[in-house]
Design a protein around this ligand. Sequence first.
Ligand SMILES: [Zn+2]
Length: 183
Amino acid sequence: MSFSWTPHRFVGGALALDVANSVILRHDAAARRDRFAVVEQLQAFPEAAVRLSAERQDFPDLRAVSEARRGDFLRLREAIDDYFRGRVLGEENRLALAQLLEQIATTLRAAEDERSLDQATARSALRLICEPDPDRLKICGNCGWLFLDRSKNRSRTWCDMAVCGNRVKASRHYKRKKTETVP
Ligand SMILES: [Zn+2]
């Protein structure tokens, strides 16, 4: 099946969250899919992020992560998801934060091209840790993606209304219809 990095895959509102969301249906072990497990998809991500990420003004030129840095980059991604997901769920814990800060430090210390995806992701995660309005950080009620709600009144429930919002609405409608027809 062909795959492409569509705008929907960059609804996180921050590069660090778009990176975390490269794992689809993380909470469902059977359906879970890691988009970065396919090297071509991982390598195509920076070019799409430059066009589609909400933070694209911070990295007009983004390079792929070198093979040597790939393992650390994926550990950074997992630490991002772990810490921010816990924070939304009210389970903030010092160990997850310490782990994330360690991964950020490891990335920043690496003598890598400053324009590489892992460097930009580390800086994005740092900004997010210091986000002045932590209530803006949310988990999509349908797909479980993390996103930063940048809307004025913080009213977003879904990562993407056009995808997850409609899917949930459609299934509610279907269920309602079903119950209505039951005698
Ligand atoms: Zn969603």
